[in-house]
Ligand binder design. Structure first.
Ligand SMILES: C[S@@+](CC[C@H](N)C(=O)[O-])C[C@H]1O[C@@H](n2cnc3c(N)ncnc32)[C@H](O)[C@@H]1O
Length: 332
Protein backbone atom coordinates (compact mmCIF):
# COMPACT_ATOMS: atom_id res chain seq x y z
CA UNK A 1 0.00 0.00 0.00
CA UNK A 2 1.38 3.39 -0.92
CA UNK A 3 -0.05 5.92 1.50
CA UNK A 4 1.75 8.85 0.03
CA UNK A 5 0.91 8.59 -3.65
CA UNK A 6 0.82 12.11 -4.99
CA UNK A 7 -2.25 12.19 -7.19
CA UNK A 8 -2.63 15.24 -9.39
CA UNK A 9 -6.12 16.31 -10.36
CA UNK A 10 -6.42 17.50 -13.90
CA UNK A 11 -6.84 21.23 -14.44
CA UNK A 12 -6.64 22.23 -10.78
CA UNK A 13 -3.66 24.53 -11.14
CA UNK A 14 -5.59 27.72 -10.72
CA UNK A 15 -7.53 26.73 -7.62
CA UNK A 16 -6.38 28.61 -4.55
CA UNK A 17 -6.95 28.29 -0.84
CA UNK A 18 -6.34 30.16 2.39
CA UNK A 19 -4.89 28.07 5.23
CA UNK A 20 -6.46 29.43 8.44
CA UNK A 21 -5.27 28.01 11.81
CA UNK A 22 -2.63 26.26 9.72
CA UNK A 23 -0.73 24.41 12.46
CA UNK A 24 2.13 22.60 10.73
CA UNK A 25 0.36 22.58 7.36
CA UNK A 26 -1.37 19.19 6.98
CA UNK A 27 -4.12 20.78 4.87
CA UNK A 28 -1.46 22.47 2.78
CA UNK A 29 0.32 19.18 2.11
CA UNK A 30 -2.96 17.70 0.90
CA UNK A 31 -3.79 20.75 -1.22
CA UNK A 32 -0.39 21.00 -2.86
CA UNK A 33 -0.45 17.29 -3.76
CA UNK A 34 -3.50 18.16 -5.88
CA UNK A 35 -1.93 21.28 -7.39
CA UNK A 36 -4.00 23.71 -5.28
CA UNK A 37 -2.10 26.90 -4.50
CA UNK A 38 -1.90 28.42 -1.03
CA UNK A 39 -2.36 32.22 -1.04
CA UNK A 40 -1.57 32.67 2.64
CA UNK A 41 -2.02 31.26 6.12
CA UNK A 42 -2.67 32.30 9.69
CA UNK A 43 -0.90 30.85 12.70
CA UNK A 44 0.28 32.31 16.00
CA UNK A 45 2.13 29.44 17.66
CA UNK A 46 5.85 30.01 17.18
CA UNK A 47 6.75 26.32 17.13
CA UNK A 48 4.01 25.45 14.66
CA UNK A 49 5.24 28.31 12.43
CA UNK A 50 8.80 26.95 12.73
CA UNK A 51 7.70 23.53 11.41
CA UNK A 52 5.44 25.05 8.76
CA UNK A 53 8.23 27.25 7.46
CA UNK A 54 10.67 24.36 7.21
CA UNK A 55 8.31 22.55 4.88
CA UNK A 56 6.56 25.29 2.90
CA UNK A 57 7.07 28.71 1.45
CA UNK A 58 6.55 30.83 4.51
CA UNK A 59 5.37 34.09 2.98
CA UNK A 60 1.97 35.53 3.81
CA UNK A 61 1.38 34.51 7.41
CA UNK A 62 -1.24 37.03 8.52
CA UNK A 63 -0.60 35.95 12.13
CA UNK A 64 -3.37 36.40 14.67
CA UNK A 65 -6.61 35.98 12.75
CA UNK A 66 -8.53 38.09 15.26
CA UNK A 67 -6.38 41.08 14.29
CA UNK A 68 -6.24 40.41 10.56
CA UNK A 69 -7.67 42.87 8.10
CA UNK A 70 -9.50 40.99 5.34
CA UNK A 71 -7.77 43.26 2.83
CA UNK A 72 -4.51 41.55 3.77
CA UNK A 73 -5.88 38.19 2.66
CA UNK A 74 -5.65 37.44 -1.06
CA UNK A 75 -8.83 36.27 -2.74
CA UNK A 76 -9.10 32.50 -2.78
CA UNK A 77 -11.44 29.73 -3.96
CA UNK A 78 -11.42 27.66 -0.79
CA UNK A 79 -11.19 28.82 2.81
CA UNK A 80 -9.79 26.08 5.05
CA UNK A 81 -9.66 25.97 8.83
CA UNK A 82 -9.18 23.34 11.51
CA UNK A 83 -10.36 25.88 14.06
CA UNK A 84 -9.87 25.63 17.83
CA UNK A 85 -13.27 25.05 19.40
CA UNK A 86 -14.16 27.57 22.07
CA UNK A 87 -17.46 27.33 23.86
CA UNK A 88 -20.27 29.43 22.39
CA UNK A 89 -21.68 30.45 25.74
CA UNK A 90 -24.79 32.22 24.47
CA UNK A 91 -25.34 29.76 21.67
CA UNK A 92 -28.83 29.24 20.41
CA UNK A 93 -30.21 32.60 21.56
CA UNK A 94 -30.72 33.57 17.91
CA UNK A 95 -28.54 36.64 18.14
CA UNK A 96 -27.10 36.08 14.68
CA UNK A 97 -23.34 36.40 14.38
CA UNK A 98 -23.35 37.91 17.88
CA UNK A 99 -23.85 34.34 19.09
CA UNK A 100 -20.35 33.54 17.94
CA UNK A 101 -18.65 36.92 18.46
CA UNK A 102 -15.64 36.56 20.71
CA UNK A 103 -14.91 33.08 19.38
CA UNK A 104 -12.39 32.14 16.73
CA UNK A 105 -15.28 30.72 14.72
CA UNK A 106 -16.55 34.27 14.31
CA UNK A 107 -13.31 35.12 12.46
CA UNK A 108 -14.15 32.48 9.86
CA UNK A 109 -17.55 34.06 9.31
CA UNK A 110 -16.09 37.57 9.17
CA UNK A 111 -13.51 36.61 6.54
CA UNK A 112 -15.82 34.42 4.44
CA UNK A 113 -18.57 37.05 4.44
CA UNK A 114 -16.14 39.46 2.83
CA UNK A 115 -13.91 37.22 0.69
CA UNK A 116 -16.79 35.01 -0.55
CA UNK A 117 -14.73 31.91 -1.35
CA UNK A 118 -16.51 29.30 -3.46
CA UNK A 119 -16.12 26.73 -0.71
CA UNK A 120 -15.29 26.51 2.97
CA UNK A 121 -13.71 23.44 4.59
CA UNK A 122 -13.75 23.30 8.38
CA UNK A 123 -12.49 20.49 10.56
CA UNK A 124 -12.89 19.78 14.24
CA UNK A 125 -13.13 17.08 16.88
CA UNK A 126 -16.20 14.85 16.68
CA UNK A 127 -17.30 16.13 20.08
CA UNK A 128 -18.10 19.51 18.49
CA UNK A 129 -21.43 18.03 17.35
CA UNK A 130 -22.56 17.16 20.88
CA UNK A 131 -20.75 19.99 22.71
CA UNK A 132 -23.01 21.93 25.14
CA UNK A 133 -25.93 19.62 24.41
CA UNK A 134 -25.65 20.32 20.68
CA UNK A 135 -25.96 24.13 21.08
CA UNK A 136 -22.52 24.87 19.71
CA UNK A 137 -23.09 22.88 16.56
CA UNK A 138 -26.63 24.21 16.14
CA UNK A 139 -25.19 27.72 16.24
CA UNK A 140 -22.71 26.79 13.52
CA UNK A 141 -25.50 25.34 11.37
CA UNK A 142 -27.50 28.56 11.81
CA UNK A 143 -24.64 30.68 10.50
CA UNK A 144 -24.95 28.99 7.09
CA UNK A 145 -27.97 30.21 5.14
CA UNK A 146 -28.51 27.44 2.59
CA UNK A 147 -29.74 23.90 2.87
CA UNK A 148 -28.18 21.38 5.20
CA UNK A 149 -26.73 18.08 3.92
CA UNK A 150 -28.84 18.58 0.78
CA UNK A 151 -32.04 18.35 2.79
CA UNK A 152 -34.56 20.36 4.70
CA UNK A 153 -33.04 22.36 7.53
CA UNK A 154 -32.82 20.98 11.04
CA UNK A 155 -32.92 24.56 12.32
CA UNK A 156 -33.58 27.89 10.65
CA UNK A 157 -30.57 29.98 9.68
CA UNK A 158 -29.83 33.42 11.14
CA UNK A 159 -30.89 36.46 9.14
CA UNK A 160 -27.24 37.44 8.71
CA UNK A 161 -26.15 33.88 7.80
CA UNK A 162 -23.56 33.46 5.05
CA UNK A 163 -25.08 32.33 1.72
CA UNK A 164 -23.66 28.83 1.70
CA UNK A 165 -25.16 25.36 1.69
CA UNK A 166 -23.72 23.33 4.52
CA UNK A 167 -22.75 19.66 4.68
CA UNK A 168 -21.18 17.82 7.58
CA UNK A 169 -19.94 14.35 8.34
CA UNK A 170 -17.67 12.53 10.72
CA UNK A 171 -14.79 10.95 8.79
CA UNK A 172 -12.41 8.20 9.94
CA UNK A 173 -8.74 8.17 8.95
CA UNK A 174 -8.88 4.37 8.63
CA UNK A 175 -11.38 4.80 5.78
CA UNK A 176 -8.65 6.53 3.80
CA UNK A 177 -5.86 4.02 4.10
CA UNK A 178 -4.30 5.52 7.22
CA UNK A 179 -4.05 3.28 10.28
CA UNK A 180 -5.09 5.75 12.98
CA UNK A 181 -8.41 5.53 14.86
CA UNK A 182 -8.89 9.30 14.40
CA UNK A 183 -12.41 10.55 13.67
CA UNK A 184 -13.03 14.18 12.80
CA UNK A 185 -16.07 16.13 11.79
CA UNK A 186 -15.80 18.02 8.50
CA UNK A 187 -18.09 20.93 7.76
CA UNK A 188 -18.26 21.92 4.12
CA UNK A 189 -19.83 25.15 2.90
CA UNK A 190 -20.57 25.53 -0.80
CA UNK A 191 -21.52 29.05 -1.97
CA UNK A 192 -25.14 28.83 -2.97
CA UNK A 193 -24.71 30.11 -6.53
CA UNK A 194 -22.87 26.81 -7.16
CA UNK A 195 -25.66 24.55 -8.26
CA UNK A 196 -24.30 21.16 -7.47
CA UNK A 197 -24.93 18.97 -4.46
CA UNK A 198 -21.74 18.22 -2.57
CA UNK A 199 -21.11 14.60 -1.67
CA UNK A 200 -18.60 13.39 0.87
CA UNK A 201 -16.14 10.91 -0.60
CA UNK A 202 -16.82 7.23 0.01
CA UNK A 203 -14.18 5.17 1.79
CA UNK A 204 -11.69 3.67 -0.61
CA UNK A 205 -10.51 0.60 1.29
CA UNK A 206 -12.40 -2.48 2.42
CA UNK A 207 -9.77 -3.60 4.86
CA UNK A 208 -9.05 -1.53 7.97
CA UNK A 209 -5.38 -0.54 7.84
CA UNK A 210 -3.22 -1.50 10.82
CA UNK A 211 0.07 -0.39 12.37
CA UNK A 212 1.94 -3.17 10.52
CA UNK A 213 1.13 -1.34 7.25
CA UNK A 214 3.24 1.65 8.35
CA UNK A 215 5.87 -0.14 10.40
CA UNK A 216 9.39 1.22 10.13
CA UNK A 217 11.76 -1.75 10.12
CA UNK A 218 14.83 -1.00 12.23
CA UNK A 219 17.56 -3.03 13.88
CA UNK A 220 16.91 -1.43 17.25
CA UNK A 221 13.90 0.16 18.89
CA UNK A 222 13.31 1.86 22.20
CA UNK A 223 11.96 -1.05 24.25
CA UNK A 224 9.30 -0.41 26.91
CA UNK A 225 9.53 -2.41 30.10
CA UNK A 226 6.64 -4.60 31.23
CA UNK A 227 6.38 -2.65 34.51
CA UNK A 228 5.56 0.54 32.55
CA UNK A 229 2.82 -1.35 30.72
CA UNK A 230 1.39 -2.76 33.96
CA UNK A 231 1.51 0.68 35.63
CA UNK A 232 -0.19 2.22 32.65
CA UNK A 233 -3.02 -0.28 32.76
CA UNK A 234 -3.42 0.24 36.52
CA UNK A 235 -3.54 4.03 36.07
CA UNK A 236 -5.97 3.81 33.22
CA UNK A 237 -8.36 1.88 35.46
CA UNK A 238 -7.85 4.18 38.44
CA UNK A 239 -7.82 7.57 36.70
CA UNK A 240 -9.66 6.59 33.52
CA UNK A 241 -6.55 7.71 31.66
CA UNK A 242 -6.79 6.11 28.27
CA UNK A 243 -5.43 2.61 28.00
CA UNK A 244 -5.42 3.43 24.30
CA UNK A 245 -1.75 4.42 24.35
CA UNK A 246 -0.89 0.73 24.62
CA UNK A 247 -1.73 -1.11 21.44
CA UNK A 248 -0.68 -3.96 19.16
CA UNK A 249 0.83 -3.85 15.70
CA UNK A 250 -2.20 -5.67 14.32
CA UNK A 251 -4.36 -2.67 15.33
CA UNK A 252 -4.53 0.89 13.98
CA UNK A 253 -2.55 3.58 15.82
CA UNK A 254 -4.70 5.20 18.57
CA UNK A 255 -5.82 8.80 17.96
CA UNK A 256 -2.79 11.04 18.39
CA UNK A 257 -3.60 14.04 20.59
CA UNK A 258 -2.03 17.48 20.84
CA UNK A 259 -1.15 16.83 24.49
CA UNK A 260 0.69 13.59 23.71
CA UNK A 261 4.39 12.81 23.72
CA UNK A 262 6.37 9.82 22.44
CA UNK A 263 6.63 8.28 25.90
CA UNK A 264 2.83 8.07 26.17
CA UNK A 265 2.84 5.22 23.67
CA UNK A 266 3.84 1.59 23.55
CA UNK A 267 3.13 -0.76 20.68
CA UNK A 268 3.43 -4.52 20.95
CA UNK A 269 5.65 -5.47 18.02
CA UNK A 270 5.05 -9.08 17.17
CA UNK A 271 8.27 -9.28 15.12
CA UNK A 272 10.41 -8.69 18.20
CA UNK A 273 7.79 -9.98 20.70
CA UNK A 274 8.19 -6.86 22.84
CA UNK A 275 6.52 -3.55 23.64
CA UNK A 276 8.40 -0.61 22.13
CA UNK A 277 7.92 3.09 21.44
CA UNK A 278 6.64 3.90 17.96
CA UNK A 279 9.28 5.72 15.92
CA UNK A 280 8.88 9.32 14.75
CA UNK A 281 8.49 8.06 11.19
CA UNK A 282 5.64 5.81 12.33
CA UNK A 283 3.95 8.80 14.00
CA UNK A 284 4.30 10.73 10.74
CA UNK A 285 2.88 7.87 8.68
CA UNK A 286 -0.03 7.51 11.11
CA UNK A 287 -1.11 11.02 10.14
CA UNK A 288 -0.35 10.67 6.41
CA UNK A 289 2.76 12.85 6.58
CA UNK A 290 5.63 11.88 4.28
CA UNK A 291 8.75 10.40 5.91
CA UNK A 292 10.78 13.41 4.84
CA UNK A 293 8.49 15.96 6.55
CA UNK A 294 10.90 18.17 8.48
CA UNK A 295 10.82 19.54 12.02
CA UNK A 296 13.29 21.32 14.27
CA UNK A 297 11.35 21.31 17.52
CA UNK A 298 11.78 18.55 20.11
CA UNK A 299 10.33 15.11 19.21
CA UNK A 300 7.67 15.53 21.92
CA UNK A 301 6.67 18.95 20.62
CA UNK A 302 6.49 17.49 17.14
CA UNK A 303 4.17 14.65 18.27
CA UNK A 304 1.90 17.33 19.80
CA UNK A 305 1.93 19.20 16.48
CA UNK A 306 1.02 16.00 14.64
CA UNK A 307 -1.78 15.43 17.16
CA UNK A 308 -3.17 18.90 16.41
CA UNK A 309 -3.26 18.21 12.70
CA UNK A 310 -5.62 16.70 10.20
CA UNK A 311 -4.85 13.37 8.52
CA UNK A 312 -3.37 14.35 5.17
CA UNK A 313 -5.05 11.57 3.15
CA UNK A 314 -8.47 12.53 4.53
CA UNK A 315 -7.88 16.23 3.79
CA UNK A 316 -6.82 15.32 0.24
CA UNK A 317 -10.05 13.42 -0.44
CA UNK A 318 -12.13 16.24 1.02
CA UNK A 319 -10.31 18.75 -1.21
CA UNK A 320 -10.81 16.50 -4.22
CA UNK A 321 -14.57 16.23 -3.62
CA UNK A 322 -14.90 19.98 -3.04
CA UNK A 323 -12.99 20.78 -6.24
CA UNK A 324 -15.27 18.46 -8.15
CA UNK A 325 -18.26 20.53 -7.03
CA UNK A 326 -16.79 23.97 -7.59
CA UNK A 327 -15.40 23.07 -11.01
CA UNK A 328 -18.56 21.40 -12.28
CA UNK A 329 -21.20 23.41 -10.49
CA UNK A 330 -20.46 26.84 -11.88
CA UNK A 331 -20.67 28.23 -15.38
CA UNK A 332 -18.16 31.06 -14.91
C1 LIG B 1 -6.41 22.42 15.74
S1 LIG B 1 -4.99 23.32 15.27
C2 LIG B 1 -5.04 23.20 13.52
C3 LIG B 1 -3.98 22.34 12.97
C4 LIG B 1 -3.89 22.24 11.48
N1 LIG B 1 -5.16 21.93 10.86
C5 LIG B 1 -2.85 21.18 11.05
O1 LIG B 1 -3.20 20.33 10.28
O2 LIG B 1 -1.72 21.18 11.55
C6 LIG B 1 -5.47 24.99 15.54
C7 LIG B 1 -4.35 25.99 15.33
O3 LIG B 1 -4.91 27.31 15.43
C8 LIG B 1 -3.89 28.15 15.94
N2 LIG B 1 -4.51 29.39 16.47
C9 LIG B 1 -5.12 29.57 17.66
N3 LIG B 1 -5.55 30.84 17.78
C10 LIG B 1 -5.20 31.48 16.63
C11 LIG B 1 -5.36 32.81 16.17
N4 LIG B 1 -5.95 33.75 16.92
N5 LIG B 1 -4.89 33.14 14.95
C12 LIG B 1 -4.27 32.20 14.18
N6 LIG B 1 -4.08 30.92 14.58
C13 LIG B 1 -4.54 30.56 15.79
C14 LIG B 1 -3.23 27.29 17.02
O4 LIG B 1 -1.93 27.76 17.33
C15 LIG B 1 -3.25 25.90 16.37
O5 LIG B 1 -2.03 25.61 15.73
Amino acid sequence: MNLFKQTQLKKTKKITFFDAFSGIGCFRLAAESLGIKCVGFSEIDKNAIKTYCLNFDCKNNIGDITKADTEDICNHDIFVGGFPCQPFSIAGKRLGFADTRGTLYYQILRICKEKKPKAIILENVEGLVTHDGGNTFRTILMTFGGHCNGQKRLCNPYKDAIPYNIYFKSVKSTDWGVPQTRKRVFIIGIRNDIKKIYRFPFRNNDKTPIFNDIKEYKKTYKIVEQKWIDGRIRNSIKYKRAKRTIFKDIMPFPTIMASDSVSDYAVYDNDIKKYRRPTIIEFKRAQGLPDNFKFNVTPNQFIGQIGNGVTVNVAREIFRSVIDVIKNGQDN
